[in-house]
Design a binder for this molecule. Sequence first.
Ligand SMILES: [Zn+2]
Length: 82
Amino acid sequence: MAYVTQVTRRYITETNSPEHAHWNTLYEIGDTVPVSGIYRCQGCGDEITSNAGQPFPPQNRHQHADSSVAVLWQLIVRTKTS
Ligand SMILES: [Zn+2]
């Protein structure tokens, strides 16, 4: 869960393009990060910040005790970076 305060919540805005692929794709280990932001692992709920163009964390940086639970990253907050 990403947190904001009553003061900082004003900087979070619902997107007007939720159909865009980066909102609807689950990314695997080693995939290239499409847009900068906060991503959540579908398998365990951990969150990471990642920058566009970088690879998602490798297997040795994020793994599950139960190896049958896949590591799949979902974009939950896109950041505005220039
Ligand atoms: Zn995980």
